[in-house]
Design a protein around this ligand. Structure first.
Ligand code: PEP
Ligand code: MG
Length: 600
């Protein structure tokens, strides 16, 4: 039996990563793809070569995706492997010197078709021929035709970067099950309609996970073999707290899950009562708890959470799922809405952090920055690196933020900073933008909103003393800091055993950043996912942090943790943890802190 599977009766229990707390019961909904938009106009003869190169890139991307799926097959039960492996092999073969590829290239060269249209037309021609060639075995002909259409669909999606999913037909209360979801897909989900999400891929702190947590949707990611067993419409239980998905649940499991749903709702209600209480330790130290936000749709959740402002607005989500880039006015309106909604509490707006796993079609279409298919997108033109190459984008964003600052206190934050020169360059542009606005008669305060940086590249933490001379504040991005320190992708299911924000190396970098901030008298906050983990609060307070930003649903939980500790014991605990040299040692100390009796 698959190690990820536990069958009791007809029930199948699959385990994955516990991403979004809460339990849900609902019918499975497999995601549908939006039909890719294919332009029917002809290409110019001069573009034939470029079109061929686009097709080559799509073939390479498709091969990579299929290779990844193939590698993951080993974890499935043998009968599922036997079912899926030949299919994947057939797909890969079709990407080679196949009739599909030859025909598509011919259509580009001879009929001047775009690569996507050439692939679609050729695949339809082959599918029709396959069906016609098997009049005695319609099923076999249809199956083979479907295989050709499937690989063509993958190619076209890679060519057009079409949004992969359509959630239009999603019935209320359904459980969304998919091979994977992109961060942009997750941003389209309506938490009021969807009961839970479960996917095969995804890592603990990838942006898909972050988005789903922010929406408060019970979620389990990284569930191997999930889609092979999925049957649309069948009831499924998703336990996002334990990281378990139960297919074909027994009557007893269903009854227990339904009790769990009610118990979780009650716990939320209890946490809700904490909203008006201050985040203060037993010894009287005040701690600032703020919310991370991606979209204005999260504002009601933020308001209910009791967060004091927004510690991180990931503005890149405002650029996703749209055909054009939001202009200065559109951005000003969005930022102003958020600043006004915070009623005087500060909002830290981070300028576009594009790159890595976050894809923004409108930017890609405008030819800006890197793409996920580039050699190593996480190490390339991401965040401030990309913005400094496209100063118009940054200028527009600075302008919009400065205009929104009229509605309340704002801070501006730069992502992925590595060098002091990046901050200097961005600051020069920031000040110049302010001057231009003043020139246009826009009233701005004498002292501009603070301009700070994310500390999420190990070099920034190691050189925090230098960066503190040019930045007004630090926000530690523990997600990327962990990823880059441990060289383990935050969104990769395969790397979850290595990716660990409490690794001693990461904790030392956090401690160094806090110490540098204190030496230079600048504010240091932490806005990575570890801030949302209430169990880590004693350690993080002990390391000297007093300001945290997290997904809104986590605020009450974390507040409860803050209200039950004394700083002195947190400091002693953190000092002990910093002595550890292995992640297991840190984990054991955290466990012992919370369950001292078990370790006595
Ligand atoms: C981080 O890296 O920890 C962070 C908060 O930024 P993001 O998750 O958006 O990369
Ligand atoms: Mg980051």
């Amino acid at each position: 039996m698959n190690k990820n599977e536990d069958c009791s009766g007809f029930e199948r229990r699959l385990s994955g990563l516990a991403i979004g707390p809460g339990i849900a019961v609902g019918p499975v909904f497999g995601t549908q793809e939006a039909p890719a938009e294919i332009t029917r106009s002809r290409i110019a003869a001069a573009d034939i070569e470029a079109e061929g190169a686009r097709l080559d890139a799509a073939v390479a991307a498709s091969r990579k995706q299929l290779g990844k799926l193939r590698a993951r097959l080993a974890i499935l039960p043998e009968d599922s492997q036997a079912e899926i492996a030949p299919l994947l092999d057939a797909y890969v073969q079709m990407l080679g010197p196949s009739r599909l590829m030859r025909g598509a290239r011919r259509r580009i060269a001879e009929s001047l078709r775009s690569a996507e249209q050439a692939v679609m037309d050729e695949s339809e021609a082959i599918a029709a021929a396959l069906i016609a060639a098997s009049p005695d075995d319609v099923d076999a002909g249809g199956r083979r035709a479907d295989e050709v259409r499937e690989i063509a669909r993958r190619l076209v999606r890679n060519l057009t970067r079409a949004p992969f999913r359509s959630f239009a037909g999603l019935p209320p209360g359904a459980v969304l099950v998919a091979e994977w979801l992109t961060p942009a897909d997750a941003a389209l989900l309506d938490p009021a309609r969807i009961a839970a999400v479960a996917t095969e891929e995804g890592g603990l702190d990838g942006h898909t996970a972050i988005m789903l947590r922010a929406l408060g949707i019970p979620t389990v990611l990284g569930v191997m073999g999930l889609t092979a067993h999925m049957e649309p419409g069948r009831l499924v239980v998703v336990d996002g707290t334990a990281g378990v998905v139960v297919l074909e649940p027994s009557a007893a499991t269903l009854a227990q899950a339904r009790r769990g749903v009610i118990a979780f709702a009650r716990r939320r209600q209890r946490w809700g009562r904490l909203r008006r209480l201050p985040a203060v330790t037993l010894c009287g130290t005040e701690v600032a708890l703020q919310a991370n936000m991606e979209l204005p749709a999260e504002l009601p959740l933020v308001a209910q959470s009791g967060a004091h402002g927004v510690g991180l607005l990931r503005s890149e989500f405002l650029f996703m799922n749209r055909d054009d880039l939001p202009d200065e006015q559109a951005q000003t309106e969005i930022y102003t809405t958020i600043v006004e909604a915070m009623e005087g509490d500060p909002v830290t707006i981070r300028v576009l952090d594009w790159g890595g796993e976050k894809e923004i079609e409108a930017l890609a279409a405008a030819g800006v920055g890197a793409s996920a298919e580039d050699a190593n997108p996480a190490l390339g033109l991401r965040g401030i690196r990309m913005l400094l190459r496209h100063p118009d984008l940054l200028r527009t964003q600075f302008s919009a933020i400065l205009r929104a600052a009229a509605a309340g206190p704002v801070r501006v934050m730069l992502p992925m900073v590595t060098n002091m020169s990046e901050v200097r360059e961005a600051r020069a542009l920031y000040e110049h933008t302010a001057q231009t606005l003043r020139g246009k008669g826009v009233r701005l305060p004498q002292a501009l909103p603070p301009l700070g940086i994310m500390v999420e590249v190990p070099a920034a933490a190691l050189n925090a003393d230098g960066l503190a001379q040019v930045a007004d504040f630090f926000a530690i991005g523990s997600n990327d800091l962990t990823m880059y320190t441990l060289a383990a992708d935050r969104a990769d299911t395969e790397a979850v055993d290595i990716y660990n924000s409490t690794h001693p190396a990461v904790l030392r970098l956090v401690a160094m950043t806090v110490a540098a901030g204190a030496r230079h008298g600048i504010d240091v906050s932490l806005c990575g996912e570890m801030a949302a983990n209430a169990r880590l609060m004693p350690l993080l307070l002990g390391l000297g942090l007093r300001n945290f930003s997290m997904n809104a649903t986590a605020v009450p939980r974390v507040k409860q943790a803050v209200r039950t500790v004394r700083l002195e014991s947190c400091q002693a605990f953190a000092a002990e943890v910093l002595q550890e040299v292995e992640p297991e040692g840190v984990a054991a100390r955290i466990q012992a802190y919370h369950e001292p009796k078990a370790h006595a």
